[in-house]
Design a protein around this ligand. Structure first.
Ligand code: ADP
Ligand code: MG
Length: 459
């Protein structure tokens, strides 16, 4: 399990981080599989890994493992020296899995909900609709997920497929449906698993000649949640087995929920018949969150961590961290760690300090100059047209777009932006931002231009 977790983390993390913090960890699991201890070479690594990576490690383990999760502990030492005490005599007792919210996350155990419940589920109980922040980028997906939670297996919503890039909330929403199904019916058998896990289980079932049990198990569920189906690509036998399971569930009116990192039709190595079947129900994309949603997410996560995050500070972070929610959470975690470490209040100065390297990375990439050049090129006009007083539509519109992009992508104030556009007033910039926001709502062409420009500037 740890080995597969490592492979995933190696994919996800910058290799320098991986080699520095994760690779040195040694693992030892208890015989009953209920505990997993990670040994780090010293106290410093323990603290660092706990603050930065432990939560993600827990999530990945949850995705890879179908049964209840082992309790993950971090200790100083090595797996060979066990059970000898940790190298540093002053090291405090081993730490339990820490999360940014203060309470440990209980795993969802449906028996808590009523005496009659029979099934344990492996859902992450903190991934609910309550903790999911809605915004334009995820509203449709979230609405579809709620529909499914209210009326599982109803016609037109089966399967529910959520797709989109990493860290946009696919796994969260999928668990939210599962948790809600269980809340409404504690007896429901809701099974979540990562598609890698499905593949691994199937292979061991074939080897152990327990494939019939395997089939029976998956066909006995009320809802089957399979995460990241792009991992089925190229695994023909798994696809074959999944195809049959899928059909059996659909025929029996059992709910299927799937996630994928892109629209399944675009996944190479996935059989055509699966691709077409995945589209039978409802497919909804998750888009990168726009500024307002990013702010709302930060505020909510700060509240969950019981940290006061002022609005200007939330905006400051949200303007700089745009890629996805996981990055946003990572940035906030760093800010919170900084607060706890220094005892200072959250303000822009503290954030700049805590996110120094991230911000430097962005500042290098995007300047107003850079935006003006890109916009001029895109609309086939000249950069000086953006500075000029001319008001003809062919230059006024691109100028407004460039101003709106400068507001969104740089940390310059409205007056500074106005200054860079031929000495215009800050109210002109404000007007441009509002106008562009309005046009993006009403005019799909402008929205498309805007998205293209965003992509060019931020990639
Ligand atoms: P994905 O499966 O798309 O890669 P996840 O569902 O794992 O992404 O989300 C990454 C992290 O961001 C999780 O901690 C999740 O709780 C959080 N997250 C994503 N979207 C939202 C949202 N809209 N509101 C609150 N948290 C979110
Ligand atoms: Mg996921």
């Amino acid at each position: 399990l740890w080995h597969r977790c490592l492979t995933r983390l190696e994919d996800e993390l910058p290799s320098q981080q991986f080699n520095m913090w994760i690779r040195p960890l040694q693992v030892s699991a208890s015989a009953d599989g209920e505990e997993m201890t990670l040994f780090a070479p010293n106290r410093f690594v323990v603290d660092w890994v706990r603050d930065k990576y432990l939560e993600r490690i827990g999530e990945v383990l949850g995705e890879l493992q179908s049964g209840p999760l082992p309790q993950v502990r971090l200790e100083v030492g090595s797996s060979r020296s066990r059970p000898a005490p940790p190298a540093q005599p002053s090291a405090p007792a081993p730490e339990r899995r820490a999360t940014p919210s203060v309470e440990p996350r209980p795993r969802a155990v449906s028996t808590e909900l009523g005496g009659a419940a029979k099934h344990r589920s492996n859902l992450n109980s903190s991934f609910t609709f309550v903790t999911f922040v809605e915004g334009k980028s995820n509203r449709m997906a979230s609405a579809a997920a709620q529909q499914v939670a209210e009326n599982p297996a109803s016609h037109g919503y089966n399967p529910l497929l959520l797709y989109g890039g990493v860290g946009l909330g696919k796994t969260h929403l999928m668990h939210a449906v599962g948790n809600e199904l269980l809340r409404r019916n504690p007896n429901a058998k809701v099974v979540y698993l990562h598609s890698e896990r499905f593949v691994a289980d199937m292979i061991s079932a074939l080897r152990n000649k327990t494939i019939n049990e395997f089939k029976r198990f998956y066909r006995s569920v009320d809802a089957l949640l399979i995460d990241d189906i792009q991992f089925f690509a190229g695994k023909e036998q798994s696809q074959e087995e999944f195809f049959h399971t899928f059909n059996a569930l659909l025929e029996n009116g059992q709910q299927i929920i799937l996630t994928c990192d892109k629209f399944p039709k675009e996944v190479d190595g996935l059989e055509e018949r699966l691709k077409s079947r995945f589209g039978w129900g409802l497919s909804q994309p998750l888009e990168p969150p726009e500024l307002e949603t990013r702010v709302a997410i930060l505020k909510k996560k700060a509240e969950e961590a019981r940290v006061e995050l002022p609005n200007d500070a939330a905006f400051f972070i949200a303007q700089r961290i745009r890629s996805n929610v996981r990055e946003l959470e990572g940035a906030l975690r760093r800010v919170i760690a900084h607060v706890r470490f220094t005892g200072a209040q959250i303000d822009i100065g503290l954030i700049k300090e805590a996110l120094k390297d991230l911000i430097a990375l962005q500042a290098r990439q995007i300047s107003i100059d850079n935006i003006q050049r890109t916009v001029a090129e895109y609309y086939k006009i000249k950069v000086p047209d953006l500075h000029s007083p001319r008001r003809t539509r062919s230059v006024a519109r691109p100028r407004q777009v460039a101003m709106a992009l400068s507001k969104e992508l740089t940390s310059h104030s409205l007056p500074e932006i106005g200054e860079s556009f031929g000495g215009r007033d800050h109210t002109t910039v404000l007007h441009a931002c509002r106008k562009v926001a309005e046009l993006r709502e009403s005019n799909p062409e402008i929205e498309e231009d805007y998205q293209n420009l965003l992509r060019t500037l931020t990639s």
